[in-house]
Design a protein around this ligand. Structure first.
Ligand code: DGT
Ligand code: CA
Ligand code: CA
Ligand code: ZN
Length: 603
């Protein structure tokens, strides 16, 4: 059976038009990983497949950018995992913008193979199996096979595999086309730098879900204003300049004051050019959310105004009464200014009317970050390096929380190594002035709810983060009991990344959130807000639920490198979206009070 011809054109473009302007190591690694997967589908020699995967990993982890080294072959060859053959591949990639091996394989099969590989649990082996039996290699085609019961007929496959595959396809559809907040932010920043070079531009600001701090972003909405947006000729010139943005891959639509395009990263962008007098109205409108806008427009009508992306205007005379700033618009509508993170129509308009909007937590309120790893387990820096970096951020305290032994691939600590590590942390604390370094641990919650280290060792810690890192697929009842047992352990200070979800990759494990939060409140165990963009766990909805149950939050980065400490701002955004204030978050306390809180002594 043959499937309809899949629409893989976009992928083909991605391969051929590989834009060399901003090729970072991650992009190169992506191509090498894809090539390895395609070789595996093609039943290539396993040694060859491995050489591509190894090279991908080496490129990904290399601290220097390959694009800066490519003209010095010796330096590239010095990277472990890159041999002469791979060097030739990299040189080809940089001189022609594509890789013959990959291009040939995509010609032989189909570019849509790459989309299939993005489906969780569908590896090259299964794809090869499906291809050889049915010559199908696109998402729609595979879904059809699964629905017709044809996947279960393949060797080593069954009904269960088929159901799992259908669920994975559903997940893929839901998440494809969305991006992590850090990726969206980076694209927005680079584009902003480019736009800022255009003469006659006063302001450039992201709107949409990025400005609201949503955990993932669909497309970027960038608003621009200044002289360059005022006349027809100026706007045309501006649009022409934007169309030459090097990472731009294809233009989707181009109008008089708007241009929509797709970036090499596959992200879609809408740039709007606005006159200064409607910039505030446009910011309000394009920040959204849609639900907030609808409610706000109804309120405007009730008060005798019309509200759109150009202005707030008198209903009768149609004369604009506000539009230059957002603040003017909210004030005219007799509302306190609503911070973008709250604009989801979840009670914020009511609160703004009654002057009861919360004073949201801000980055400056945080006194410390208490979840980080070091070279002792799977981190990249030493205790001292992490401490200096935390101190440089202005923190009063921090905690080193390496992994426990159950996480064998991360070289987790057993009791003996954990005790020795506490000693090292104390020594570093004595040596480094200006910051308190707490000795902590991120201990695994084992499948039965026991913690992975002895009570005696855990009791010596200043704080204990208990986290689930294995056996995610338990029944909800069992997982709930597992978490409840960990919470009841007197040594537990907080639960790390409580739902275990990995955004755009892995669902949360199943458990009864309400019972877990109730128990956490009772035992004075805090819940983590893990700021890592892939996690953001607890999310905004759960954080709000936790606050209602009286559970305190600790906002951490889970840093594995000094550069990760900066990710704290993504956590702050989620906390703000959940209406959290300083009082809801324990790491806004002084070091002394925080230490007590970690021993479950808080009011
Ligand atoms: P995204 O891109 O899916 O992450 O989410 P947003 O919120 O950025 O949504 P987007 O890009 O479709 O639109 C940007 C903003 O424009 C949105 O937050 C509110 C506004 N907007 C879009 N469509 C409508 C609409 O039909 N009615 C109203 N009132 N506002 C809209
Ligand atoms: Ca958007
Ligand atoms: Ca948009
Ligand atoms: Zn963890």
């Amino acid at each position: 059976m043959f499937s309809e011809k899949p629409s893989g054109q976009r992928w083909l473009c991605a391969v051929i038009l590989f834009n060399l302007y901003s090729v970072d190591n991650k992009a190169i690694a992506g191509i090498l990983y894809e090539t390895a997967d395609l070789l595996e589908i093609d039943a290539a020699d396993s040694f060859r497949i491995r050489s591509y995967r190894n090279a991908a990993q080496a490129v990904e982890n290399n601290t220097e950018q390959i694009k800066d080294l490519i003209n010095e072959p010796k330096k590239v060859l010095a990277i472990a995992g890159i041999g002469k053959g791979m060097l030739i591949n990299l040189q080809e990639l940089f001189s022609t913008g594509s890789l013959t091996v990959q291009a040939d394989l995509l010609k032989k099969y189909h570019p849509s193979m790459l989309q299939l590989l993005k489906i969780q649990g569908l590896g090259p082996k299964t794809i090869a199996l499906i291809w050889s039996a049915y010559q199908v290699c696109d998402v729609d085609g595979v879904e059809k096979l699964a629905r017709e019961g044809k996947i279960r007929e393949l060797p080593r496959m069954g009904e269960k595999h088929e159901q799992k595959l259908l669920k994975a396809i559903e997940d893929y559809r839901r998440i494809s086309g969305r991006f992590l907040i850090d990726a969206a932010e980076l694209e927005a920043r680079q584009l902003t730098e480019y736009l800022a070079k255009l003469p006659g531009i006063d302001r450039i600001t992201p709107a949409g879900s990025l400005r609201r701090g949503r955990e993932t972003v669909g497309d970027l909405d960038i608003l621009v204003t200044g002289q360059a947006c005022c006349g027809e000729v100026e706007r045309q010139q501006a649009v022409q300049y934007i169309a030459k943005y090097p990472p731009l891959m294809s233009i989707i639509a181009q109008g008089d004051n708007k241009i929509s395009f797709r970036l090499r990263s596959d992200m879609q962008v809408d740039v709007r050019l606005l006159p200064p007098e409607s910039f505030g109205a446009a910011m309000q409108y394009f920040t959204g959310s849609k639900a907030h806008n609808v409610a706000l427009r109804q309120r405007a009508l009730k008060l005798g105004y019309t509200l759109n992306e150009y202005s707030l205007a008198d209903l009768k005379t149609e004369q604009p009464v506000a539009g230059r700033t957002e603040e003017d618009i909210y004030a005219r509508l007799k509302l306190d200014y609503v911070p973008p993170e709250l604009r989801e129509n979840l009670g914020e308009i009511d609160a703004a009317e009654k002057h009861t909007l919360p004073k949201l937590i801000a980055l400056e309120d945080l006194q410390g970050d208490v979840h980080m790893h070091t070279v002792e387990t799977d981190g990249r820096n030493t205790i001292e390096e992490m401490a200096e970096a935390a101190k440089a951020r202005g923190y009063k305290y921090m905690a080193i929380t390496d992994h426990s032994k159950n996480l064998a691939f991360a070289n987790g600590l057993d009791d003996t190594r954990a005790v020795a590590h506490i000693k090292r942390i104390h020594e570093a604390n004595d040596k480094i002035d200006g910051i308190t370094i707490f000795a902590g641990i991120e201990v695994d919650i084992l499948a039965d709810g026991d913690l992975d280290l002895s009570d005696d060792v855990l009791a010596q810690m200043d704080l204990v983060i208990a986290s689930v890192h294995s056996v995610f697929n338990q029944e909800a009842a069992k997982m709930t009991d597992r978490l409840l047992k960990a919470i009841a352990n007197p040594n537990t200070s907080l639960i790390g990344h409580p739902t275990g979800r990995l955004q755009l990759r892995r669902d949360a494990y199943q458990f009864d959130m309400d019972r877990v939060l109730t128990a956490a409140a009772k035992h004075k165990v805090a819940m983590e807000l893990n700021s890592y963009p892939d996690r953001l766990d607890l999310n905004d909805v759960h954080l709000r639920q936790a606050k209602q149950r009286g559970v305190k939050i600790v906002i951490n980065t889970d840093s594995h490198h000094t550069s990760h400490l900066d990710k704290i701002r993504y956590g702050i955004l989620q906390a703000r979206r959940a209406w959290l204030t300083k009082d809801d978050v324990l790491n806004t306390l002084s070091a002394e009070k925080f230490a007590k809180a970690m021993k479950s002594e808080w009011n």
